[in-house]
Design a protein around this ligand. Structure first.
Ligand code: GLU
Length: 305
């Protein structure tokens, strides 16, 4: 029996929803709706200093306005801390205390550079440091982790060689994204993880955590990023592509969805459409696999009357 698709969108309330976020949210929503699945909304608000007051309400409102609805949630990670603590307890034996700061590790000329900064050289691996007041790192397994991404295709990553033992709880007690996302996706029964291509490099780390915790592996789809006219990644502070600002400037939701749907490869040309009208056209193998450079012509099409 094929199990029901349970997808999710997991925004961080650290700024305004921009075109890139909306595009990923649309792909995640279509991936679930096209399979008649259940769509879960989860707010990733684990890092209090980065959370912007009011951002959650604004981004949820922007998503609803775009026609991207959800069946469960919004759940908030900040309300689920005991679940992360419990998972961490279960990892006992696979985690160790580490007192190395990021700055210290950066200074180690001997540490090769990996996908996410310097590769952790294993300084505290055998140190037997207490967990209290220390960061906790997950002891990674050697060798490659391979998975089939619904958009990026076949991917193999070497966590030990490219990242090393990574942090699952920071010295200040904050649970790391890698741990929280794995616990939440598993406990929420998510079997289809759709997110931006910037998180592709995190996937093998998350698979290693899933395996250590005995959780099933979801399907993955990493949606290519949106770049600005200069070829830079969109930033949350850049107002030109903030959904909120486009909306306030009078751009209709159907134009935004039409432009995003076209950029994803689901429409032959930008055409105003409602999100639900794209459901029938959706298939993972139709999805555009390279980044989309959103230029002045695209932005002026949005503004056209
Ligand atoms: N909260 C993350 C973000 O906004 C997404 C995490 C995920 O989808 O796994 O970039």
């Amino acid at each position: 029996m094929v199990s029901e698709v349970r997808g999710r969108y997991a925004p961080s309330p650290t700024g305004e929803l921009h075109l890139g976020n909306a595009r990923t949210a649309l792909a995640a929503w279509l991936g679930t709706r096209a399979a008649n699945g259940t769509f879960v909304m989860r707010v990733e608000d684990l890092d209090p200093p980065r959370v912007i007051p009011g951002a959650e309400a604004r981004l949820l409102d922007d998503l609803a306005w775009l026609g991207i609805d959800w069946d469960e949630g919004p759940y908030r990670q900040s309300e689920r801390l005991p679940l992360f603590a419990e998972a961490l307890d279960r990892l006992e034996g696979r985690v160790f205390g580490c007192k190395c700061t990021r700055a210290e590790l950066k200074q180690l000329a001997s540490a090769p550079h990996g996908v996410d900064g310097p590769v952790y050289p294993g300084t505290c691996r055998e140190g037997g440091l207490p967990a209290l007041g220390c960061a906790l790192r997950f002891r990674v397994a050697p060798g490659e982790v391979c998975f089939d991404d619904l958009v990026a295709g076949s991917v193999c990553q070497d966590v030990a060689g490219q990242v090393g033992d990574f942090v699952v709880r920071r010295a200040d007690g904050l649970f790391a994204y890698q741990l929280a996302v794995v616990v939440d996706d598993a406990l929420m029964g998510i079997n289809q993880v759709v997110r931006g291509h910037d998180l592709l490099d995190s996937t093998a780390r998350q698979i290693q955590l899933q395996e250590a915790l005995g959780f099933p592996r979801p399907a993955y789809a990493h949606v290519p990023l949106v770049l600005d006219a200069e070829g830079n990644r969109l930033a949350k502070r850049d107002r030109a592509t903030a959904i909120r600002d486009l909306r306030e400037a009078g751009v209709p939701a159907e134009r935004l969805i039409g432009l995003l749907g076209w950029s994803l490869g689901l429409l032959p040309a930008p055409t105003p459409v409602a999100a639900r009208e794209l459901v029938a056209a959706f298939a993972w193998n139709r999805l555009e696999t390279s980044p989309w450079r959103c230029g002045a012509t695209d932005l002026s099409w949005l503004m056209a009357r």
